[in-house]
Write a protein that binds this ligand. Structure first.
Ligand SMILES: [Zn+2]
Length: 323
């Protein structure tokens, strides 16, 4: 008989054998930025999460840094009146995100800024690329994503994170960035991004619900075992520096297999809005003990193989529960 219970005798013994731990450096904190001044707008489907204008964002990032989180992910939210068919506001050289990066970098030069690169928050139809006959056209979208990434890089982004799930998007961005060798911006590819119902609350936050159809013709079908790994391999070949699996909890197998296959590539996973909302709602209904289920969920993502976790819980975790 093997005496496993010797590892669990009391809290100190359990702590000694625990080999997965969470640190502030593991977290990437997502932010929604909107135009305007002085506003902090709560997102109803994501209790505790807000949209910030560039000035209020500065204050919140100060607190984020003080908690030890040094990596943030930026999403832009623009007024409907500024959206158009081509998502022009996404790739202009004075876009909301370009201005936000500059403001942040001026105040916090050590902050690592990752920017989402996709058109869906900027197109009036809410799809991630250009439309052609009611279909999202892959190849004409690529130069626009590349230009968007390039503008973010010029403004000072440390990472650009293409999330449109267009084929060849990483290569298009890599080529564009390479035209200016002084740019040190890296690519964090949303490689295995599944067409997930867990994105629901995010679309409220970013006002990016498609006006027709869905994203299943470009985001991945979750009924596939190996496509996620093929997507990761292709992105790395195209020049991605880091890779991502999104969402996290329903895709722990993909995180684990991705990390096993590419052990030297930093693996990021995104605990998405729906995962957050689900835990929040269960906690509010007092069905679950929030700190404990959050801890268990984040540890599971790290144990599966994620080096970094994008989570809306990062600040709350560090502020209230991490002891
Ligand atoms: Zn998109």
């Amino acid at each position: 008989m093997k005496r496993f219970r010797q590892y669990r005798t009391n809290a100190a013994v359990r702590d000694k054998y625990a080999d997965i731990h969470l640190n502030a450096q593991d977290f990437i904190y997502p932010y929604f930025v909107e135009e305007g001044e002085g506003n902090v707008t709560p997102i109803p489907t994501m209790p505790g999460i807000n949209r910030y204008t560039p000035d209020t964002l500065l204050d919140d990032v100060k607190e984020t840094l003080e908690l030890g989180i040094n990596k943030i992910l930026l999403f832009g939210v623009i007024p409907t009146s500024e959206k158009d068919e081509q998502g022009s506001a996404a790739y202009s050289d004075h876009s909301l995100i370009v201005r936000t990066i500059k403001t942040l970098k001026e105040k916090y030069p050590a902050l690592i800024i990752i920017t989402d690169v996709c058109l869906c928050e900027y197109t009036n139809h809410g799809h991630c690329g250009l439309l052609h006959d009611h279909d999202v056209d892959n190849d004409t979208t690529l130069p626009l994503l590349a230009e968007m990434a390039y503008q973010h890089a010029l403004a000072g982004a440390d990472f650009v994170a293409p999330s449109a799930m267009m084929d060849g998007q990483v290569e298009a961005i890599r080529k564009k960035l390479n035209e200016t060798p002084s740019l040190k911006t890296k690519i964090l590819a949303y490689s295995a991004k599944y067409a997930s119902a867990f994105y629901g609350p995010f679309r409220d936050a970013a006002e990016s619900t498609p006006s027709f159809g869905d994203r299943k013709s470009y985001q991945m079908d979750f009924r596939t075992r190996n496509q996620g790994l093929e997507e990761i391999a292709a992105d790395l070949e195209e020049g991605a520096d880091w890779t991502m699996v999104k969402p996290a909890m329903p895709y722990l197998d993909i995180i684990a297999r991705g990390k096993e296959q590419f052990p030297d590539i930093p693996m990021v996973s995104y605990q998405v809005s729906g995962e957050y909302a689900m835990l929040k709602a269960a906690a509010q209904a007092q069905f679950l003990d929030e700190p404990r289920v959050v801890y268990e969920s984040l540890i599971a993502i790290k144990r599966a193989g994620a080096d970094y976790i994008i989570t809306y819980y990062a600040k709350e975790w560090l502020k209230k529960w991490n002891q």
